[in-house]
Design a protein around this ligand. Structure first.
Ligand SMILES: Nc1ncnc2c1ncn2[C@@H]1O[C@H](COP(=O)(O)OP(=O)(O)O)[C@@H](O)[C@H]1O
Ligand SMILES: [Mg+2]
Length: 262
C-alpha cells in the first residue's frame, strides 16, 4: 500500500539546501549538497553510515553552521540562525523536543510542549476548574493531534506505560504542539521491527494528508521507510549521488556501490 503524493511543480518549496559544505578540520562531511523539499512531501534521505546525513540535518536545524552554502526555509535564509529561532519558524527536528516526561500522561506531555512554557500552566490547570479559552483550545488541539497520531486511547496513561512506537509518535505530537510544520526525523526507527515501522509511518502519512506536514526522514537502511516516501535522496561521502523515486534510487548503481563500500 504505497501512498504516493504527487510532488508537482505548483507546490511551494519549503526548504532549500544550496551547495552546503561542512568541514571537520580538512574533512568535508558535507561536500556541496543541494536539494529542495516541497510542502506536504515525505522525503527520505538515505546513505551508508558516515556519509554525512546527520551532519546535514545538524546544519539544517542550526546545530552547525556550514562554512559554504546556504539553507532557506520558506524564503528566509536560516543558514546562521540559532536553533531555537529555526524551530520557531516551524522547522523542527524531533530530538530537539525534550524527551517525554515519563511520569506525566500523554495529554500532559503534549501540553507542556507548547512554546514559551505556556503549556506548563495549562498542564497544571488540568487540575483546576478555572480554564481560560487558550487553555481549552490547547487541550482541543492536543486531543485532535492525538487522534491523528492514534494515541487517543492512551491520553490519560503515564508516558512510561507507552510502547516504543507510541513514544515515537508522542515525540512527533510534541513537535506539532510546539508549532512544527516541517519535521526532520533522524533515524526514527531504532529497531528493525516492521510492525513498529509501519505504525510510525502510517501516522506520518496521515499527518501529511490531514495536516499538510512536510517530513524529511533520515535512514541508513535502504528498505526502511522507502514504501512511504514520495521522493528519495541518496548521499555518499558527503555528496548527493542521486534522487528520485525509491525504485529509481535503489536500482542506481552509484547507490548500490555506496552501500557495498566500493
Ligand atoms: N563532530 C565531528 N567531528 C569530527 N568528525 C565528525 C563529527 N561529526 C561527524 N563526523 C564525521 O563526518 C562524517 C559524517 O558523519 P555523520 O554526518 O554522522 O554521518 P551519518 O549520519 O550519515 O552516519 C563521518 O565520517 C563522521 O566520522
Ligand atoms: Mg547519522
Amino acid at each position: 500500500m504505497c501512498a504516493i503524493w504527487l510532488v508537482d511543480a505548483d507546490m511551494s518549496e519549503v526548504l532549500k539546501i544550496d551547495n552546503v559544505h561542512k568541514y571537520f578540520g580538512k574533512f568535508a562531511a558535507n561536500n556541496g549538497v543541494s536539494f529542495s523539499l516541497k510542502e506536504g512531501g515525505i522525503y527520505l534521505l538515505v546513505g551508508p553510515n558516515g556519509c554525512g546525513k546527520s551532519t546535514l540535518v545538524n546544519c539544517i536545524s542550526g546545530i552547525y553552521v556550514p562554512e559554504v552554502g546556504n539553507i532557506y526555509y520558506r524564503d528566509a535564509d536560516i543558514t546562521s540562525e540559532d536553533m531555537y529561532k529555526i524551530a520557531r519558524r516551524g522547522l523542527v527536528r524531533t530530538f530537539q523536543i525534550a524527551s517525554p516526561f515519563l511520569s506525566l500522561t500523554t495529554l500532559e506531555n503534549m501540553l507542556v510542549a507548547l512554546p514559551d512554557n505556556a503549556g506548563e500552566n495549562i498542564a497544571l490547570s488540568l487540575f483546576k476548574p478555572t480554564w481560560i479559552d487558550s487553555e481549552i483550545s490547547a487541550v482541543r488541539r492536543a486531543t485532535e493531534l492525538l487522534k491523528v497520531l492514534g494515541l487517543r486511547h492512551v491520553w490519560n496513561k503515564p508516558a512510561n506505560t507507552l510502547s516504543g512506537g507510541e513514544l515515537k509518535l508522542l515525540e512527533i505530537g510534541r513537535a506539532l504542539m510546539s508549532g512544527a510544520e516541517t519535521i526532520l526525523l533522524d533515524e526514527p526507527v531504532g529497531s528493525i521491527d516492521p510492525v513498529l515501522c509501519h505504525q510510525i509511518f502510517s501516522h506520518v502519512l496521515r499527518l501529511r494528508d490531514e495536516l499538510g506536514i512536510t517530513f524529511l526522514v533520515i535512514e541508513h537502511r535502504l528498505e526502511v521507510a522507502a514504501q512511504y516516501a514520495d521522493h528519495v535522496f541518496a548521499m555518499d561521502r558527503g555528496m548527493l549521488v542521486t534522487e528520485g523515486t525509491a525504485e529509481e534510487v535503489f536500482e542506481d548503481e552509484r547507490v548500490i556501490k555506496a552501500y557495498l563500500g566500493e
